[in-house]
Design a protein around this ligand. Structure first.
Ligand code: 5AD
Ligand code: SF4
Length: 448
Protein backbone atom coordinates (compact mmCIF):
# COMPACT_ATOMS: atom_id res chain seq x y z
CA UNK A 1 0.00 0.00 0.00
CA UNK A 2 1.26 3.46 -0.82
CA UNK A 3 1.24 5.78 2.17
CA UNK A 4 -1.53 8.04 0.88
CA UNK A 5 -4.00 5.25 0.12
CA UNK A 6 -6.81 3.94 2.27
CA UNK A 7 -6.22 0.16 2.50
CA UNK A 8 -8.31 -2.09 0.28
CA UNK A 9 -7.93 -5.27 2.32
CA UNK A 10 -7.52 -6.01 6.02
CA UNK A 11 -6.70 -8.83 8.40
CA UNK A 12 -7.49 -8.75 12.12
CA UNK A 13 -5.45 -11.12 14.28
CA UNK A 14 -6.84 -11.49 17.79
CA UNK A 15 -4.95 -12.93 20.74
CA UNK A 16 -6.13 -13.80 24.24
CA UNK A 17 -9.61 -13.86 25.66
CA UNK A 18 -13.05 -14.11 24.10
CA UNK A 19 -13.60 -10.41 24.65
CA UNK A 20 -10.74 -9.80 22.24
CA UNK A 21 -12.37 -12.15 19.75
CA UNK A 22 -15.55 -10.07 20.05
CA UNK A 23 -13.59 -6.81 19.69
CA UNK A 24 -11.73 -8.26 16.68
CA UNK A 25 -15.04 -9.14 15.01
CA UNK A 26 -16.41 -5.68 15.66
CA UNK A 27 -13.29 -4.02 14.25
CA UNK A 28 -13.65 -6.22 11.16
CA UNK A 29 -17.28 -5.10 10.77
CA UNK A 30 -16.21 -1.48 11.14
CA UNK A 31 -13.53 -1.86 8.47
CA UNK A 32 -15.92 -3.68 6.14
CA UNK A 33 -18.35 -0.78 6.52
CA UNK A 34 -15.59 1.50 5.23
CA UNK A 35 -15.46 -0.62 2.07
CA UNK A 36 -12.31 -2.47 3.11
CA UNK A 37 -12.48 -6.19 2.29
CA UNK A 38 -11.13 -9.05 4.38
CA UNK A 39 -7.90 -10.37 2.79
CA UNK A 40 -8.32 -13.78 1.21
CA UNK A 41 -6.79 -16.79 2.98
CA UNK A 42 -3.03 -16.85 2.38
CA UNK A 43 -2.98 -13.36 0.81
CA UNK A 44 -1.22 -10.30 2.19
CA UNK A 45 -3.50 -7.61 3.58
CA UNK A 46 -3.03 -3.86 3.13
CA UNK A 47 -3.97 -3.33 6.77
CA UNK A 48 -3.00 -5.71 9.58
CA UNK A 49 -4.61 -5.19 12.98
CA UNK A 50 -2.85 -7.01 15.81
CA UNK A 51 -5.47 -7.22 18.56
CA UNK A 52 -3.22 -7.97 21.49
CA UNK A 53 -3.46 -9.48 24.96
CA UNK A 54 -1.47 -8.35 27.98
CA UNK A 55 -2.63 -10.77 30.65
CA UNK A 56 0.40 -13.06 30.85
CA UNK A 57 3.92 -13.81 29.74
CA UNK A 58 5.83 -11.65 27.37
CA UNK A 59 2.71 -10.80 25.38
CA UNK A 60 4.29 -7.51 24.36
CA UNK A 61 7.39 -9.31 23.08
CA UNK A 62 5.15 -11.46 20.92
CA UNK A 63 3.68 -8.32 19.40
CA UNK A 64 7.14 -7.01 18.46
CA UNK A 65 8.13 -10.31 16.90
CA UNK A 66 4.85 -10.39 14.95
CA UNK A 67 5.50 -6.88 13.68
CA UNK A 68 9.01 -7.95 12.67
CA UNK A 69 7.62 -10.96 10.81
CA UNK A 70 5.02 -8.92 8.94
CA UNK A 71 7.64 -6.39 7.84
CA UNK A 72 10.09 -9.12 6.79
CA UNK A 73 7.51 -11.18 4.89
CA UNK A 74 6.26 -8.16 3.06
CA UNK A 75 8.40 -8.06 -0.04
CA UNK A 76 6.21 -6.57 -2.76
CA UNK A 77 8.07 -5.59 -5.90
CA UNK A 78 6.59 -2.09 -5.92
CA UNK A 79 8.07 -1.48 -2.47
CA UNK A 80 4.65 -0.99 -0.87
CA UNK A 81 4.15 -1.94 2.76
CA UNK A 82 1.19 -2.86 4.95
CA UNK A 83 -0.32 -0.50 7.43
CA UNK A 84 0.17 -2.07 10.84
CA UNK A 85 -2.21 -1.22 13.69
CA UNK A 86 -1.70 -2.47 17.23
CA UNK A 87 -4.97 -2.76 19.15
CA UNK A 88 -6.05 -4.40 22.41
CA UNK A 89 -4.54 -4.43 25.89
CA UNK A 90 -0.84 -4.19 24.93
CA UNK A 91 -1.75 -1.08 22.92
CA UNK A 92 -3.43 0.35 26.02
CA UNK A 93 -0.57 -0.50 28.38
CA UNK A 94 2.43 0.23 26.16
CA UNK A 95 1.18 2.45 23.34
CA UNK A 96 3.95 5.03 23.49
CA UNK A 97 6.66 2.42 23.76
CA UNK A 98 5.29 0.57 20.73
CA UNK A 99 5.38 3.76 18.68
CA UNK A 100 8.97 4.41 19.78
CA UNK A 101 10.21 0.86 19.25
CA UNK A 102 8.38 -0.15 16.08
CA UNK A 103 8.46 2.45 13.29
CA UNK A 104 6.40 0.12 11.06
CA UNK A 105 3.41 0.60 13.37
CA UNK A 106 1.27 3.50 12.18
CA UNK A 107 -1.69 3.15 14.52
CA UNK A 108 -2.06 2.28 18.20
CA UNK A 109 -5.63 1.92 19.42
CA UNK A 110 -6.81 0.90 22.89
CA UNK A 111 -9.75 -1.43 23.61
CA UNK A 112 -12.09 1.47 24.45
CA UNK A 113 -11.22 3.59 21.41
CA UNK A 114 -11.46 1.31 18.39
CA UNK A 115 -14.72 2.86 17.16
CA UNK A 116 -12.47 5.71 16.04
CA UNK A 117 -10.55 3.45 13.65
CA UNK A 118 -11.99 5.01 10.46
CA UNK A 119 -10.73 8.52 11.38
CA UNK A 120 -7.40 7.11 12.47
CA UNK A 121 -7.09 5.27 9.17
CA UNK A 122 -7.55 8.46 7.22
CA UNK A 123 -4.79 10.13 9.24
CA UNK A 124 -2.51 7.12 8.89
CA UNK A 125 -3.15 6.95 5.13
CA UNK A 126 -2.12 10.60 4.99
CA UNK A 127 1.23 9.61 6.48
CA UNK A 128 0.62 10.41 10.18
CA UNK A 129 1.28 8.03 13.05
CA UNK A 130 -1.72 8.01 15.36
CA UNK A 131 -2.35 6.80 18.90
CA UNK A 132 -5.72 6.67 20.67
CA UNK A 133 -5.77 5.04 24.07
CA UNK A 134 -8.52 7.20 25.55
CA UNK A 135 -11.13 5.63 27.77
CA UNK A 136 -14.00 7.93 26.78
CA UNK A 137 -17.08 8.16 29.02
CA UNK A 138 -19.37 7.50 26.03
CA UNK A 139 -18.85 3.90 25.08
CA UNK A 140 -17.68 2.70 21.71
CA UNK A 141 -20.68 0.41 21.28
CA UNK A 142 -23.09 3.11 20.07
CA UNK A 143 -20.62 4.12 17.37
CA UNK A 144 -20.13 0.62 15.99
CA UNK A 145 -22.10 -0.70 13.01
CA UNK A 146 -25.16 -2.88 13.65
CA UNK A 147 -24.53 -6.64 13.62
CA UNK A 148 -25.36 -8.16 10.25
CA UNK A 149 -23.68 -11.56 10.09
CA UNK A 150 -23.36 -14.37 12.54
CA UNK A 151 -22.51 -18.04 12.69
CA UNK A 152 -24.56 -20.37 14.91
CA UNK A 153 -22.63 -19.24 17.99
CA UNK A 154 -21.99 -15.60 18.77
CA UNK A 155 -20.39 -13.50 21.47
CA UNK A 156 -22.10 -10.48 22.94
CA UNK A 157 -20.10 -8.19 25.22
CA UNK A 158 -22.48 -7.00 27.94
CA UNK A 159 -19.99 -5.65 30.45
CA UNK A 160 -16.41 -4.47 30.35
CA UNK A 161 -13.70 -3.60 32.79
CA UNK A 162 -13.02 -4.62 36.34
CA UNK A 163 -13.08 -2.95 39.76
CA UNK A 164 -11.80 -5.98 41.67
CA UNK A 165 -8.06 -5.28 41.47
CA UNK A 166 -6.75 -8.78 42.07
CA UNK A 167 -3.11 -8.08 42.88
CA UNK A 168 -1.72 -10.09 39.93
CA UNK A 169 -4.04 -8.76 37.24
CA UNK A 170 -3.57 -6.07 34.64
CA UNK A 171 -7.19 -5.92 33.48
CA UNK A 172 -8.38 -3.04 35.72
CA UNK A 173 -5.59 -0.94 34.19
CA UNK A 174 -5.98 -1.94 30.53
CA UNK A 175 -9.77 -2.29 30.33
CA UNK A 176 -10.71 0.32 32.93
CA UNK A 177 -13.57 0.40 35.44
CA UNK A 178 -16.61 -1.88 35.35
CA UNK A 179 -19.20 -0.61 32.86
CA UNK A 180 -22.45 -2.35 31.93
CA UNK A 181 -24.03 -1.84 28.52
CA UNK A 182 -27.73 -0.85 28.66
CA UNK A 183 -30.31 -3.64 28.60
CA UNK A 184 -32.21 -2.30 25.57
CA UNK A 185 -29.03 -2.13 23.45
CA UNK A 186 -28.18 -5.71 24.37
CA UNK A 187 -31.61 -7.07 23.55
CA UNK A 188 -31.43 -5.23 20.24
CA UNK A 189 -27.95 -6.61 19.42
CA UNK A 190 -29.01 -10.12 20.47
CA UNK A 191 -32.09 -9.98 18.22
CA UNK A 192 -29.94 -8.88 15.29
CA UNK A 193 -27.50 -11.72 15.96
CA UNK A 194 -30.36 -14.21 16.01
CA UNK A 195 -31.87 -12.76 12.82
CA UNK A 196 -28.50 -13.20 11.16
CA UNK A 197 -28.07 -16.82 12.19
CA UNK A 198 -27.02 -17.11 15.85
CA UNK A 199 -28.69 -19.88 17.83
CA UNK A 200 -26.40 -19.61 20.84
CA UNK A 201 -25.19 -16.39 22.44
CA UNK A 202 -22.40 -16.21 25.00
CA UNK A 203 -22.62 -13.08 27.12
CA UNK A 204 -19.15 -11.72 27.76
CA UNK A 205 -17.61 -9.54 30.40
CA UNK A 206 -14.45 -9.46 32.47
CA UNK A 207 -16.92 -9.64 35.36
CA UNK A 208 -20.00 -10.60 33.45
CA UNK A 209 -22.04 -11.36 36.56
CA UNK A 210 -21.43 -7.82 37.84
CA UNK A 211 -23.67 -6.62 34.99
CA UNK A 212 -26.51 -4.36 36.13
CA UNK A 213 -29.23 -2.65 34.16
CA UNK A 214 -32.88 -1.68 34.13
CA UNK A 215 -35.88 -3.50 32.74
CA UNK A 216 -38.54 -1.78 30.60
CA UNK A 217 -40.29 -0.57 33.78
CA UNK A 218 -37.10 1.10 34.98
CA UNK A 219 -36.53 -1.45 37.75
CA UNK A 220 -32.96 -2.53 38.49
CA UNK A 221 -32.02 -5.99 37.22
CA UNK A 222 -28.91 -8.16 37.34
CA UNK A 223 -27.47 -10.62 34.84
CA UNK A 224 -30.22 -13.13 35.65
CA UNK A 225 -32.81 -10.53 34.61
CA UNK A 226 -30.99 -9.97 31.33
CA UNK A 227 -30.80 -13.72 30.72
CA UNK A 228 -34.54 -14.03 31.40
CA UNK A 229 -35.28 -11.35 28.80
CA UNK A 230 -32.94 -12.90 26.24
CA UNK A 231 -34.57 -16.29 26.78
CA UNK A 232 -37.78 -14.76 25.38
CA UNK A 233 -36.19 -14.38 21.91
CA UNK A 234 -37.92 -17.27 20.10
CA UNK A 235 -35.15 -18.51 17.81
CA UNK A 236 -32.40 -18.18 20.37
CA UNK A 237 -31.83 -21.72 21.67
CA UNK A 238 -28.92 -21.40 24.07
CA UNK A 239 -27.45 -18.79 26.40
CA UNK A 240 -24.07 -18.91 28.13
CA UNK A 241 -22.07 -16.32 30.06
CA UNK A 242 -18.45 -15.88 31.02
CA UNK A 243 -16.36 -14.88 33.05
CA UNK A 244 -17.82 -14.63 36.51
CA UNK A 245 -16.47 -13.56 39.89
CA UNK A 246 -17.58 -15.55 42.95
CA UNK A 247 -18.55 -12.37 44.81
CA UNK A 248 -21.06 -11.38 42.12
CA UNK A 249 -22.75 -14.78 42.06
CA UNK A 250 -26.15 -13.53 43.26
CA UNK A 251 -29.02 -15.68 44.53
CA UNK A 252 -30.99 -14.69 41.42
CA UNK A 253 -28.26 -15.90 39.10
CA UNK A 254 -27.90 -19.17 40.97
CA UNK A 255 -31.67 -19.66 40.79
CA UNK A 256 -31.65 -18.86 37.06
CA UNK A 257 -29.63 -22.02 36.47
CA UNK A 258 -32.53 -24.07 37.83
CA UNK A 259 -35.28 -22.10 36.10
CA UNK A 260 -34.21 -21.06 32.60
CA UNK A 261 -34.04 -23.99 30.19
CA UNK A 262 -32.09 -22.01 27.58
CA UNK A 263 -29.34 -21.19 30.09
CA UNK A 264 -26.81 -23.95 29.49
CA UNK A 265 -25.65 -26.11 32.42
CA UNK A 266 -22.14 -24.70 32.50
CA UNK A 267 -20.51 -22.31 34.95
CA UNK A 268 -17.05 -20.82 34.57
CA UNK A 269 -16.24 -19.53 38.05
CA UNK A 270 -12.52 -18.88 38.55
CA UNK A 271 -11.15 -19.51 42.04
CA UNK A 272 -7.40 -19.05 41.24
CA UNK A 273 -6.07 -20.88 44.33
CA UNK A 274 -7.19 -23.29 47.02
CA UNK A 275 -5.68 -21.60 50.05
CA UNK A 276 -7.19 -18.69 51.99
CA UNK A 277 -3.87 -16.94 52.72
CA UNK A 278 -3.00 -16.97 49.04
CA UNK A 279 -6.50 -15.83 48.07
CA UNK A 280 -6.16 -12.92 50.51
CA UNK A 281 -2.76 -11.96 49.10
CA UNK A 282 -4.37 -12.09 45.65
CA UNK A 283 -7.12 -9.75 46.93
CA UNK A 284 -9.73 -12.22 45.75
CA UNK A 285 -12.22 -11.29 48.52
CA UNK A 286 -13.65 -14.79 48.73
CA UNK A 287 -12.50 -17.84 50.65
CA UNK A 288 -12.25 -21.48 49.68
CA UNK A 289 -15.31 -22.16 51.82
CA UNK A 290 -17.43 -19.34 50.37
CA UNK A 291 -16.47 -20.50 46.86
CA UNK A 292 -17.43 -24.10 47.57
CA UNK A 293 -20.73 -22.93 49.07
CA UNK A 294 -21.64 -21.21 45.80
CA UNK A 295 -20.89 -24.36 43.82
CA UNK A 296 -23.06 -26.34 46.22
CA UNK A 297 -25.95 -23.91 45.71
CA UNK A 298 -25.67 -24.11 41.94
CA UNK A 299 -25.47 -27.88 42.04
CA UNK A 300 -28.56 -27.97 44.24
CA UNK A 301 -30.65 -26.26 41.54
CA UNK A 302 -28.88 -27.78 38.53
CA UNK A 303 -27.32 -31.11 39.53
CA UNK A 304 -25.78 -31.77 36.11
CA UNK A 305 -23.95 -28.42 35.94
CA UNK A 306 -20.50 -28.61 34.39
CA UNK A 307 -18.02 -26.56 36.40
CA UNK A 308 -15.03 -24.71 35.11
CA UNK A 309 -12.42 -22.43 36.61
CA UNK A 310 -9.11 -20.63 36.30
CA UNK A 311 -6.03 -21.33 38.42
CA UNK A 312 -2.73 -19.56 38.95
CA UNK A 313 0.20 -21.54 40.33
CA UNK A 314 3.25 -19.94 41.89
CA UNK A 315 1.73 -16.70 43.11
CA UNK A 316 4.46 -14.89 45.12
CA UNK A 317 4.96 -16.60 48.47
CA UNK A 318 2.90 -19.72 47.61
CA UNK A 319 4.38 -22.59 49.63
CA UNK A 320 4.32 -26.28 48.70
CA UNK A 321 1.63 -26.88 51.31
CA UNK A 322 -0.46 -24.01 49.98
CA UNK A 323 -0.19 -25.40 46.48
CA UNK A 324 -1.31 -28.81 47.82
CA UNK A 325 -4.47 -27.02 49.01
CA UNK A 326 -5.19 -26.12 45.39
CA UNK A 327 -4.99 -29.81 44.44
CA UNK A 328 -7.32 -30.64 47.34
CA UNK A 329 -9.83 -28.07 46.13
CA UNK A 330 -9.69 -29.52 42.63
CA UNK A 331 -10.33 -32.99 44.06
CA UNK A 332 -13.27 -31.67 46.04
CA UNK A 333 -14.93 -29.97 43.05
CA UNK A 334 -14.45 -32.37 40.13
CA UNK A 335 -14.24 -29.78 37.33
CA UNK A 336 -15.42 -30.50 33.79
CA UNK A 337 -12.68 -28.32 32.30
CA UNK A 338 -10.32 -25.60 33.53
CA UNK A 339 -7.64 -23.13 32.54
CA UNK A 340 -4.44 -23.05 34.56
CA UNK A 341 -1.46 -20.73 34.33
CA UNK A 342 1.93 -20.02 35.81
CA UNK A 343 1.94 -16.73 37.66
CA UNK A 344 3.33 -14.01 35.42
CA UNK A 345 4.42 -10.70 36.98
CA UNK A 346 2.60 -7.87 35.22
CA UNK A 347 4.33 -4.49 35.36
CA UNK A 348 2.39 -2.02 37.50
CA UNK A 349 0.43 -4.64 39.49
CA UNK A 350 1.03 -5.00 43.25
CA UNK A 351 2.08 -8.67 43.06
CA UNK A 352 4.88 -7.92 40.62
CA UNK A 353 6.91 -6.30 43.39
CA UNK A 354 5.97 -8.71 46.19
CA UNK A 355 8.77 -10.58 47.95
CA UNK A 356 9.33 -14.27 47.41
CA UNK A 357 8.65 -14.60 43.69
CA UNK A 358 8.54 -18.34 42.93
CA UNK A 359 11.28 -19.84 40.72
CA UNK A 360 10.19 -20.93 37.25
CA UNK A 361 11.19 -24.56 37.83
CA UNK A 362 8.87 -24.75 40.85
CA UNK A 363 6.03 -23.17 38.89
CA UNK A 364 6.60 -25.61 36.03
CA UNK A 365 6.39 -28.57 38.34
CA UNK A 366 3.26 -27.28 40.08
CA UNK A 367 1.54 -26.50 36.80
CA UNK A 368 2.28 -29.96 35.49
CA UNK A 369 0.84 -31.61 38.59
CA UNK A 370 -2.23 -29.41 38.52
CA UNK A 371 -2.85 -29.99 34.83
CA UNK A 372 -2.48 -33.75 35.22
CA UNK A 373 -5.20 -33.63 37.87
CA UNK A 374 -7.43 -31.32 35.83
CA UNK A 375 -7.04 -33.48 32.71
CA UNK A 376 -7.92 -36.56 34.73
CA UNK A 377 -11.11 -34.86 35.93
CA UNK A 378 -12.04 -33.61 32.46
CA UNK A 379 -11.70 -37.13 31.09
CA UNK A 380 -13.75 -38.49 33.99
CA UNK A 381 -16.45 -35.90 33.33
CA UNK A 382 -16.54 -36.89 29.65
CA UNK A 383 -16.71 -40.58 30.50
CA UNK A 384 -19.56 -39.95 32.92
CA UNK A 385 -21.54 -38.36 30.06
CA UNK A 386 -21.57 -41.54 27.99
CA UNK A 387 -25.05 -42.91 27.45
CA UNK A 388 -26.70 -39.50 27.86
CA UNK A 389 -29.01 -38.14 25.19
CA UNK A 390 -28.59 -34.43 24.58
CA UNK A 391 -28.75 -31.61 22.04
CA UNK A 392 -25.72 -30.59 20.04
CA UNK A 393 -25.50 -27.30 18.16
CA UNK A 394 -23.68 -28.01 14.90
CA UNK A 395 -20.86 -25.50 14.40
CA UNK A 396 -18.84 -26.86 11.47
CA UNK A 397 -17.83 -29.83 9.34
CA UNK A 398 -15.40 -32.35 10.77
CA UNK A 399 -12.29 -33.77 9.09
CA UNK A 400 -13.99 -36.96 7.89
CA UNK A 401 -16.66 -37.16 5.17
CA UNK A 402 -20.14 -36.63 6.62
CA UNK A 403 -18.74 -35.72 10.03
CA UNK A 404 -20.01 -32.73 12.02
CA UNK A 405 -18.66 -30.91 15.07
CA UNK A 406 -20.59 -29.09 17.74
CA UNK A 407 -20.98 -28.58 21.47
CA UNK A 408 -23.00 -30.41 24.06
CA UNK A 409 -24.94 -28.36 26.64
CA UNK A 410 -21.95 -28.95 28.97
CA UNK A 411 -19.61 -27.32 26.43
CA UNK A 412 -17.95 -30.58 25.42
CA UNK A 413 -16.78 -30.88 21.82
CA UNK A 414 -18.93 -33.53 20.17
CA UNK A 415 -18.49 -35.20 16.77
CA UNK A 416 -20.96 -37.36 14.87
CA UNK A 417 -21.68 -38.52 11.34
CA UNK A 418 -24.99 -38.15 9.50
CA UNK A 419 -27.41 -35.79 7.82
CA UNK A 420 -27.03 -32.33 9.31
CA UNK A 421 -25.92 -28.81 8.54
CA UNK A 422 -24.25 -25.94 10.31
CA UNK A 423 -26.70 -24.26 12.69
CA UNK A 424 -28.81 -27.40 13.26
CA UNK A 425 -29.69 -28.36 16.76
CA UNK A 426 -29.55 -32.14 16.72
CA UNK A 427 -30.34 -34.80 19.29
CA UNK A 428 -27.55 -37.30 19.84
CA UNK A 429 -26.58 -40.08 22.16
CA UNK A 430 -23.07 -39.63 23.55
CA UNK A 431 -21.28 -42.90 22.85
CA UNK A 432 -17.52 -42.67 23.41
CA UNK A 433 -15.39 -40.35 25.52
CA UNK A 434 -11.96 -38.99 24.69
CA UNK A 435 -9.97 -36.66 26.94
CA UNK A 436 -10.98 -33.62 24.87
CA UNK A 437 -14.00 -34.66 22.84
CA UNK A 438 -16.89 -37.08 22.63
CA UNK A 439 -18.19 -39.27 19.83
CA UNK A 440 -21.96 -39.37 19.39
CA UNK A 441 -24.71 -41.12 17.46
CA UNK A 442 -27.21 -38.90 15.65
CA UNK A 443 -30.77 -39.54 16.79
CA UNK A 444 -32.77 -36.66 15.39
CA UNK A 445 -32.49 -33.23 13.84
CA UNK A 446 -34.56 -30.92 16.00
CA UNK A 447 -34.62 -27.78 13.87
CA UNK A 448 -32.90 -26.63 10.74
N1 5AD B 1 -0.38 -14.43 35.78
C1 5AD B 1 -0.96 -15.63 35.49
N2 5AD B 1 -2.27 -15.76 35.22
C2 5AD B 1 -3.03 -14.65 35.24
N3 5AD B 1 -4.34 -14.46 35.02
C3 5AD B 1 -4.61 -13.15 35.15
N4 5AD B 1 -3.49 -12.48 35.45
C4 5AD B 1 -2.49 -13.38 35.52
C5 5AD B 1 -1.11 -13.30 35.81
N5 5AD B 1 -0.53 -12.14 36.11
C6 5AD B 1 -5.25 -15.56 34.74
C7 5AD B 1 -6.33 -15.70 35.81
C8 5AD B 1 -7.56 -15.16 35.12
C9 5AD B 1 -7.30 -15.55 33.69
C10 5AD B 1 -8.09 -14.82 32.68
O1 5AD B 1 -5.92 -15.31 33.51
O2 5AD B 1 -6.48 -17.06 36.11
O3 5AD B 1 -8.75 -15.68 35.62
FE1 SF4 C 1 -8.43 -9.56 36.80
FE2 SF4 C 1 -9.42 -10.19 39.22
FE3 SF4 C 1 -10.72 -8.46 37.62
FE4 SF4 C 1 -10.65 -11.06 36.99
S1 SF4 C 1 -11.61 -10.18 38.83
S2 SF4 C 1 -10.29 -9.31 35.60
S3 SF4 C 1 -8.62 -11.63 37.70
S4 SF4 C 1 -8.72 -8.13 38.56
Amino acid sequence: MRPTQIPKTYRVKSFGCQMNVYDGDRMAELLAEQGIQPAAEGEDADLVVLNTCHIREKAAEKVYSDIGRIVKDWGREDGSSPLIAVAGCVAQAEGEEIMARAPAVKMVVGPQAYHRLPEMLRDAAAGKRVTDTDMPAETKFGALPKRRRSGPTAFLTVQEGCDKFCTYCVVPYTRGAEVSRPNADLIDEAKRLVESGAREITLLGQNVNAWTGENAKGQPIGLDGLIRELAEIPDLARIRYTTSHPNDMTEGLVAAHGEIGKLMPFLHLPVQAGNDRVLKAMNRSHTVESYLRILEQVRAVRPDIALSGDFIVGFPGETDAEFEDTLKLVDAVGYAQCFSFKYSPRPGTPAATMDDQIPLAVMDERLQRLQTTLNRDQYAFNKASIGKTCDVLVERKGKHPGQWLGKSPWLQSVHFTGEAQVGDLVTVELTEAGPNSIAARLLDTVTA
